[in-house]
Ligand binder design. Structure first.
Ligand code: M6R
Length: 609
């Protein structure tokens, strides 16, 4: 997974490309590079490591020219070295290409091209594209790209320039996101909208199979079947500051503190006082159709999978409908029992996660109706689902997902409520109570986040920790998993999320004074059981940090420290209980001086398997 950019216009391309790459670094940051089309030749600079190194190199050797392409890489084929960094070039050095995705048949293509005399310099799959285009080029770059791509299997978003096609930039998309930005006198290319927002709000989302030729005079676009079509332009309404840090030290901090307003945006117009029709009409499902759903399968990866687990609980609890959460990466290779009365709820912040897309296509083929919950309008999941509803959380830049998760939960709660009422599982009085509780969630989230000082004090307990345990039960078992995932990914402290009742079946052996346990102990049917599990840990010398509710003073005698969140319905409590765990992971990472927004080995959206 990588980020690509392109520019054609009156300004110096290098400046525009570097600014765009900076905004795409969340997609990968193993290496970066740009090519600028000069008067005499293409000039390429690339560096292993983060973008700063490329910027420094370009400062030393300015690249002059007004057309160019750029790339920030998350390695898939070949080590993250300068040689493997993009852009890649053909044998002559007259073609330069950037690519996001995977060319699955690259080894066969490479062997064929080598037999024809082409010389490869990198270990990447991408380089075959440059040589294929070189072979197919007869004077028309778009035609050469089209002919080359006929031979290619896999996924790509790519941009290419050639010394022999002056004033032309060609792009293509297949299963990897790509957009074109339209300026008054310039055109832009990017993997994602934030890279363009400082330049234009008018964008065209390319479809799978599209190829486009950009010149200073306009954009020519051809669809999958080769026929030309006019680019459809949509206007992005996000505020540009939403894509930047807004005064916070890290995007993760900004995004955590945006959760109350993001929740307001998610709930807006979907939670009227006395009838559930608003969300139903958005779902485009009638009451009868909801009644006929035999099972719900919730599909996602990572944090989105944890949202699926919360959704499973909420749907069973509030709607009485059989529900199960499935990891997309597992489901895609299983013969799952999908029936025509299955509703698949596919959850993805980015809408571009490869495993999620594959699992979604699989259940769709098997006859399930697919409802997507995504944050990115126009993303692949958004467009491939039968129906998509958007979390409206605004762009999430930090690799660690925070506001996407809580807005996904709020969407799932609304879905469960709508199901529950339509199926007669919830009496109107109870549904009203639940909706009232939901309306309080944004304000309660703000109260929970205001506990940051208490959380920061707890973070010091993780200095020198050998590992950490996160325990939860019932509705908050997924909260334990999510707390552990957050701590692992940003602070690199090994953490294990567990259903507390399972502790005595093995993990309790891990308990030592150097292994803090975070216990989610909010009111609900398993509260007393949770207290017993905490006692079991304490009896073995393990320090405990409890997440409990305001006014629960019993907890102090079970824990070394208590972080409090407001009270809500048990079924909604995961949305509030996770907030201190996000803050905790963040505080530990900052305490350790780590790169919070771009943790090692990770990338924001995993668009390859
Ligand atoms: O964009 P998606 O929601 O499909 O992403 C799924 C996971 O890759 C993502 O949630 C990942 O686990 C996060 N980095 C966790 O913070």
């Amino acid at each position: 997974m990588c980020g690509i950019v392109g520019y054609i216009g009156p300004d110096q391309a290098a400046d525009v490309l570097l600014a765009g790459l900076r905004r795409l670094a969340y997609r990968g940051y193993d290496s970066a590079g740009i090519t600028v089309v000069g008067d005499e030749a293409l000039r390429t600079v690339k560096r292993a490591g983060k973008l700063d190194r490329l910027e420094a190199a370009v400062r030393e050797t300015p690249l002059v020219g007004t057309i160019g392409i750029g790339h920030t890489r998350w390695a898939t084929h070949g080590a993250p070295t300068e040689t493997n960094a993009h852009p890649h070039s053909d044998c002559t050095g007259r073609i330069s290409i950037v690519h996001n995705g995977i060319i699955e048949n690259y080894q066969a293509l490479k062997a064929e091209l080598e037999a024809q005399g082409h010389v490869f310099t990198s270990d990447t799959d991408t380089e075959v594209l440059a040589h294929l285009i070189e072979r197919e080029f007869k004077g028309d770059l778009a035609e050469a790209v089209r002919n080359a791509l006929r031979l290619v299997e896999g996924s790509y978003a790519m941009a290419v320039v050639s010394q022999d096609a002056p004033g032309v930039l060609v792009v293509a998309r297949q299963h990897s996101p790509l957009i074109i930005g339209h300026g008054p006198d310039a055109y832009y290319v990017a993997s994602d909208v934030p890279a363009l927002l400082h330049r234009t709000r008018r964008v065209t989302y390319l479809n799978d199979g599209d190829i486009a030729r950009l010149t200073r005079d306009g954009v020519s676009l051809w669809g999958k079947d080769g026929s030309p079509r006019a680019p459809q332009i949509v206007t992005i309404t996000w505020d540009v500051s939403a894509a930047e840090k807004g005064g916070y030290r890290h995007f993760m901090a900004k995004e955590m503190h945006e959760q109350p307003s993001a929740l307001v945006d998610t709930l807006r117009g979907r939670l009227p006082a006395s009838d559930q029709a608003a969300i139903l009409s958005e779902l485009e499902m009638t009451r009868e159709e909801l009644q006929k759903v035999g099972q719900v399968i919730l599909i996602g990866c990572g944090t989105a999978y944890h949202a699926c687990l919360v959704g499973e609980f909420a749907l069973e609890e509030l709607a009485g409908v059989p529900a199960r959460a499935a990891m997309a990466s597992e489901l895609r290779y299983r013969d799952a029992l999908i029936t025509r009365d299955t509703l698949a709820v596919v959850i993805s912040q980015s809408g571009e996660t490869a495993d999620t897309l594959a699992a979604m296509n699989r259940v769709k083929e098997m006859g399930a109706r697919v409802l997507a919950i995504t944050n990115v309008v126009g993303s692949s999941v958004d467009r491939a689902a039968d129906k998509a509803i958007h979390t409206n959380a605004g762009p999430e830049i930090a690799v660690a997902s925070t506001k996407a998760y809580t807005t996904q939960l709020s969407m799932l709660f609304m879905l469960a409520l709508a199901f529950g009422e339509a199926r007669g599982h919830l009496v109107p009085e109870r549904a009203r109570e639940l909706r009232a509780a939901m309306r309080n969630l944004p304000e309660q989230a703000a109260q929970a986040l205001a506990q940051e000082d208490v959380v920061n004090a707890c973070a010091s307990r993780f200095r020198g920790a050998h590992g950490a345990l996160f325990l939860g039960r019932g509705a908050n078992y997924p909260t334990a998993l999510e707390g552990a995932l957050k701590l692992k990914e940003v602070s690199y402290i090994h953490a294990q999320g567990y259903a507390a009742g399972e502790m005595k079946h093995g993990p309790i052996a891990l308990v030592t004074p150097e292994c803090p346990t975070v216990a989610v102990a909010v009111p609900g049917r398993v509260y007393d059981k949770m207290l017993s599990n905490m006692q079991e840990v304490r009896a073995r010398g393990g320090p405990i940090i409890a997440v409990g509710v305001e006014g629960d003073h019993d907890l102090e005698s079970y824990a070394d420290a208590v972080i409090r969140v407001p009270r809500t319905e048990e079924v909604f409590s995961p949305l509030l209980a996770v907030l201190p765990l996000q803050l905790l992971a963040y505080a530990c990472a900052v305490d350790r001086g780590l790169d919070v927004d771009q943790p090692r080995n990770l990338a924001k959206s995993v668009t390859v398997e």
